[in-house]
Design a protein. Structure first.
Length: 418
């Protein structure tokens, strides 16, 4: 074997003679690379240990030598620049025939295809169209406009997305609309050039939804004033003038003057309202709404008065809390109102009741039927006698009677109708 020298130190290739029946793998395993202090097997990579044709003949002619003969150094010539490049940079691998092209390549190929320009625009800014969500992300969605022109694609950003369905009216709108979701959109802007399956109009859903919201609020206000309707809201925060909440995404403000006076203090302020009301539900009536100021004015006192007129009617079942105990009966504060009714000892049971002592205590929960309403709700009489299944039941087991009062009252109504 010929020896070649070079000024550059190269790892020496030691090839040991393999038996005649040795396989290529055995020959490869016997191949080792040396350099001073470390192994080069990991640096060289996949190097073919088989000698070239000329060297193979030379190794064959020396087959009579023993296996412990001196190793021969080969391949120590200085590689050319092209060889160095090929060693440091792996060759490009051609994709398989059945392998799909990458997404970037597909996009580039699509961009290279000229798109058909839409010459006649079938709508104007401010028109309402029906669209279907194709896909989108947190920033916006692509909308297929349903109409006479196929491939007309619009775009709606998340900031101008729906503020009603498919999101909750009391929460922020969904940034990512579900695929296949169909609804109306308003044309916000039209580009100078529109293409089939390409550039399209800018859409907006918020103006349409806000118009629906204001119409609903007008209806709720009318129902509150004419039909005595009330609404429960969650108080979010307080300020110097009152407490704030939200109704269908619109800010709701309740002045302190329209709140019941707090117990234990003479007047409302920001600190008292924060401690007593923030985070709690409040029953209110809609006093006024303003599109200009974008707010709603609520009234708790009015709501309680409306509940009083709506709830406290003769023959209605009410619930409440024992407020005062007297020798002749109990005064019960009716839930949702500012009114108290008298549960007289003669109207408690069909059995004789000689004393109110230990029968009910202040703070006990009571269910009763309104018997009479007089003097503009200043005199309200209650009774629990019809709720008994036998005389004296409420005296023996008042907890059971009050717990099943709704079912017992329903049976009474059905019997009266029959």
């Amino acid at each position: 074997m010929k020896l070649c020298t070079s000024s550059t130190v190269r790892p020496s290739l030691r090839i040991q003679r393999a038996p005649a029946q040795a396989s290529f793998r055995q020959l490869h395993n016997r191949t080792s690379f040396r350099t001073s202090g470390f192994s080069c097997r990991s640096l060289i990579g996949d190097v073919d240990p088989r000698p070239a044709n000329g060297e193979r003949d030379e190794i064959t002619s020396n087959s009579a030598s023993t296996e412990d003969s001196s190793p021969a150094s080969i391949g120590s010539q200085e590689p050319e620049a092209s060889d160095v490049t090929a060693t440091s940079t792996p060759p490009a691998v051609s994709p398989k025939v059945d392998e799909e092209p990458s997404e970037k390549a597909t996009t580039q190929r699509k961009d290279a295809i000229p798109k058909e320009v839409i010459e006649e625009v079938p709508f104007q800014v401010g028109d309402v169209v029906v669209g279907e969500v194709l896909y989108g992300n947190d920033k916006g969605s692509r909308i297929k406009i349903i109409g006479d022109i196929d491939g007309l694609i619009g775009y709606v950003s998340s900031s101008y997305g729906p503020c009603l369905e498919p999101c909750d009216a009391n929460t922020a709108p969904l940034a990512r609309l579900p695929r296949g979701y169909k609804r109306e959109f308003k044309i916000a802007n039209i580009p100078e050039r529109m293409e089939v399956n390409g550039m399209g109009p800018l859409l907006s859903a918020r103006p349409i939804d806000e118009e629906i919201i204001w119409q609903r609020l007008e209806q709720m206000k009318e129902a509150s004033q004419k039909d005595l309707a009330t609404y429960n809201v969650r108080i979010l925060r307080s300020n110097k003038g009152g407490v704030l909440s939200s109704m269908m995404g619109i800010e709701l403000f309740i002045p302190y003057s329209k709140l019941l006076r707090p117990q234990g203090t003479s007047r409302w302020n920001e600190e008292v309202a924060s401690d007593l009301l923030v985070g709690k539900d409040l029953c209110i009536s809609i006093a006024d709404i303003s599109r200009t100021d974008r707010n709603i004015i609520g009234d708790q006192i009015k709501a309680l008065e409306q509940n009083q007129r709506r709830i406290i009617v003769p023959g209605a079942l009410v619930t409440g809390t024992v407020r005062t105990v007297k020798s002749y009966g109990f005064f019960v504060l009716i839930d949702g109102t500012r009114s108290s009714g008298l549960l007289h000892m003669s109207a408690i049971s069909r059995a004789y009741v000689d004393t109110t002592e230990n029968l009910l205590m202040e703070g006990d929960r009571v269910s009763a039927i309104v018997n009479q309403v007089e003097d503009d709700f200043n005199r309200i009489s209650l009774t629990t006698e019809p709720l008994e299944k036998y005389p004296g039941e409420i005296i023996e087991n008042k907890e059971e009677v009050f717990a099943t009062a709704s079912e017992r009252f329903r049976e009474l109504v059905e019997e009266s109708q029959n």
